[in-house]
Design a protein. Structure first.
Length: 202
């Protein structure tokens, strides 16, 4: 964490806080109890663990100094006025907003697998300003942080810096589709374009 702090010390405060918040949340939840339960009213395919809530609370807490930032989170937080409603996220494209997925891959997490992650993105008037994702148990710990033209990647705890995205290598990527790919038409609709640019799509 200290190495990350040093490398991103000159980033915008929002981008820096996002990277640290996501990394910290992933480390916090990786050893938590993994018992899951079905979310009330969401159906059998939507489950939640204590780690989902803990991760989200950790990320929101890291941003406590930024009182005007709004949040759009996977988990509802009725006791936090900064968190926008799922039904009507009014204001998401106005001012500063952080989009949070506190635990992507909850079913895998609950079953003891390592292929889960914590992710977030920072928006300023609807424009993406920074992003962060960490999978602390995959390949000895894998993370990716981006701000402007700088990209940081980490595997096995070793941080590497790149000053441009590796778009030319996208043809070597393998895309793994989740359940949501089949459930939501707007996501399913872009899969042919993604498939043409990737080595394989499963």
């Amino acid at each position: 964490m200290k190495v990350l702090e040093k490398i991103i010390s000159e980033w915008d405060p929002y981008a820096r806080t996002l990277a640290l918040a996501v990394e910290n949340a992933g480390e916090k939840i990786k050893d938590l109890h993994r018992k899951a339960k079905i979310k009330g009213g969401d159906g059998h395919r939507s489950i939640i663990t204590n780690a989902d809530k803990t991760s989200q609370e950790r990320i929101l807490g890291t941003f406590k100094a930024f009182s005007k930032v709004k949040f759009l989170c996977e988990e509802e937080a009725h006791n936090d006025r900064r968190v926008l409603s799922h039904e009507n996220p009014d204001g998401i494209f106005m001012g500063d907003c952080v989009v949070v997925d506190p635990l992507d891959g909850t079913p895998l997490f609950a079953r003891g697998f390592t292929e889960w992650c914590v992710g977030g993105g920072f928006l300023n008037i609807g424009k993406i300003g920074a992003s962060a994702i960490t999978a602390p148990q995959a390949n000895g710990g894998t993370s990716l942080f981006s701000y402007k033209k700088q990209v940081l990647s980490s595997e096995g705890g070793i941080l590497k810096t790149a000053h441009r995205l590796i778009s030319k290598q996208s043809g070597q990527c393998v895309v793994l589709r989740g359940v949501d790919t089949e459930l939501y038409g707007n996501i399913h609709g872009i899969m042919p374009k993604i498939a043409r640019s990737a080595r394989a799509v499963y």
